[in-house]
Ligand binder design. Structure first.
Ligand code: GLT
Ligand code: MN
Ligand code: MN
Length: 386
């Protein structure tokens, strides 16, 4: 067993919609045959994943009768148990059906908003049957093509009303879910509300049960507009709000590509993995990506294995980075030692002392920082020559 072999403790998960993606895009039809949820669980077990996540309708078709639903749930539970595959996260599809063409929680028609809340409550019931602890909400349709349709602050108020309602339902049912809100700037809408993880972090503070709600940042969604995923993740982590993460890859400035983790931006992916490992993130490492349209299901397995392998390679390299003598000595040289004395907590005396201090800005600016060397040492590790 190589050190890059996935193990349950790595908490690698995939959505049914990821390995089950059939390669359709806006310009072309599906290229892979449909696999059932049970077959997908078998595949995930084969490649060594820890868990599987699903939208309500990935598992139970929207037109299923109550009896069909129960049968599907029973079979899927058995498959998960037989293959030791967990269901750590559940979510709800509020974007596919035509009824959500104007949004779900933010739609102008109050009946659509109510239907969206009802559908979410039922999806929460479904996830709870599998012991899911995180409930992701991605508002893909919560946006506009034209701002003539509503004031964006009304959309925010409506989203808050729905979230508050769902938190109460969570409490009343005793489900113990943590909600994880997933941002995306655009696609499928021209503009989506709450376009970044930072926007959601600010919104969460305005909720009735903010302790129950965090974020689910996705690499592709931060990198589409050219932002740093790692910085978004760090802010979420520092705020105690990193409840889930969607790992994949993306060329900036393009449509949402959901490419294999690490396949486009290995350096940024390395910093991301290093961050998660350094801070001791205990949550799921969920790959929200899919295989190229060129692939058959062997290619899909290659894709899934590749996501996990790349994560583990970066984890290994992060350890190497942390134990690298020269890197550590450069870091020690740039570490701040006496910030406490210089700034510390505000007080009249301390402020007077600070105002009276002489700083030699030329001397401060003259000190080389050695970041070029630091970065090249990082590159050497990443390129496998150190
Ligand atoms: C959809 C989207 C993803 C979300 C999923 C959860 S659905 O595939 O592109 O980013 O995480 O709703
Ligand atoms: Mn995406
Ligand atoms: Mn996602």
């Amino acid at each position: 067993m190589s050190k890059y072999t996935p193990k349950p403790e790595h908490k690698f998960t995939f959505g049914l919609w990821t390995v089950g993606n059939r390669g359709a895009d806006p310009f072309g039809a599906q290229v892979r045959p449909k696999l059932s949820p049970v077959e997908l669980v078998e595949m995930l077990a084969e490649v060594g994943a820890y868990g599987v996540n699903f939208h309500d309708n990935d598992l139970v078709p929207i037109h299923a009768t109550a009896a069909e639903r129960d049968q599907i749930v029973k079979e899927f539970k058995e498959a998960c148990a037989d293959h030791d595959i967990k269901v750590p996260m559940a979510t709800v599809n509020l974007f596919y059906e035509p009824v959500f063409r104007d949004g779900a929680f933010t739609a102008n028609d109050a009946r659509v908003r109510a239907y969206a809340v009802q559908k979410t409550m039922r999806a929460m019931d479904l996830g709870a049957e599998f012991g899911a602890e995180t409930f992701v909400l991605w508002g893909g349709r919560e946006g506009v093509e034209t701002d003539a349709c509503r004031r964006p602050d009304d959309a925010i108020k409506r989203a808050r009303e729905c979230l508050n309602y769902l938190c109460e339902y969570n409490l009343e049912k005793g489900y113990g879910y943590k909600f994880a809100l997933e941002a995306k700037p655009n696609e499928p809408r021209a503009d989506i509300y709450f376009p970044t993880t930072g926007a959601y972090l600010a919104f969460i503070e305005t909720l009735d049960h903010k302790e129950m709600v965090g974020v689910n940042p996705e690499v592709a969604h931060e990198q589409m507009p050219g932002l740093s995923m790692m910085h978004a993740v760090a802010q979420a982590w520092e705020a105690g709000k990193l409840y889930h993460i969607d790992l994949n890859d993306q060329y900036p400035g393009r449509y949402d590509q959901d490419l294999r983790f690490g396949s486009v931006s290995p350096k940024q992916s390395f910093w991301l993995v290093k961050f998660l490992e350094d801070v001791g993130y205990q949550g799921m490492r969920h790959f929200d990506a899919h295989a190229y349209r060129t692939e058959d299901y062997d290619g899909v397995k290659e894709f899934a294995r590749g996501c996990m392998r790349t994560y583990l390679i970066f984890k290994d390299k992060a350890e190497r980075w942390n134990n690298h003598e020269e890197i550590q000595s450069i870091l020690a040289g740039i570490a701040e030692t006496d910030a406490e004395n210089l700034i510390g907590k505000y007080g009249s005396e301390a402020a007077a002392k600070l105002l009276a201090t002489d700083f030699d800005r030329h001397e401060l600016a003259a000190k080389g920082l050695n970041y070029e060397r630091l970065d090249q040492l990082t590159m050497d590790i990443l390129l496998g020559v150190d």
